[in-house]
Design a protein around this ligand. Sequence first.
Ligand code: AMP
Length: 289
Amino acid sequence: MTVKMAVPNKGRLNERAVELITKAGIYLGDDWGRKLNIKVPDLDLEVFFIRAQDIPIFIESGAVDFGITGQDVAAEAGVKIKKIMDLEFGRCRLAVAAPEDSKIALTGKLTDGVRIATSFPKLTKKYCRELGIKADIVFVQGAAEIMPQLGVSDAIADLVATGSTLRMNRLKEISTILESEASVFASEKSMADPAKKEGVREITDAIRSVLDAEDKKYLMADVPKKKLDEVARIIPGIGGPTVLSLAGNDDLVAVQAVIDGRDVYKVIGDLKKIGSKGILTVPIERLVE
Ligand code: AMP
């Protein structure tokens, strides 16, 4: 049975999504950029390239079984789909902002009658309702930042990652409606089908193994045999290090371990201090535990 997966066809989420599934060992071929759907050879998988904003609806309707998109667009679509894995990219927040010199920016408060330009009308409306404010939502497809200058709105609700676009447009962030990142979502229907659920699980496991491997390094070093006790203290990696004897050498043993990228600098320094030689770190493609 073929499992259908949706991937953002362009925009901010496209590149990293394609990178993750490619690194996971799902071969999309050379012309994936031009095709709208790809049957992956040797896997019961068909990948569809769809706009990130449309993916939640396609998942809910059952047109595809699962897909990658932003939590923000999934929430705005208001659909009943299941989030099954966070992907640690596309991090942003849906924030309310207003011109730096406006009353809203100075007080940090929205008041009745405020006009808010946004591409996220449902989430913004719900947010204002929860605050007990009667707002006038102005729906725009993009470029919300320019709306206050055009006199179209008093404030905006837009996606912010670093805040530099807001600053460039002299807008001050006043509150957050929602935090978001890219995630894998699946339809309730395919999660209820054991064969499809297994197909989705295999692919998400493969993607997880890429994420787990990316911040890890494989370390190899020749360590003085009599300092082996200290190695377990120096190398905090997954499980204990592998220790192998070196042919024709009674003084040194080869040690191999998976370590966190952020520990590399210190571990190498500490291994050198105890007289280790031939220290080597290499990237890991996938880590399946
Ligand atoms: P697209 O409109 O296709 O470029 O996709 C935009 C999606 O990328 C959004 O729905 C968010 O999930 C995500 N994203 C991450 N950071 C940002 C950002 N700074 N601005 C806009 N979208 C972002």
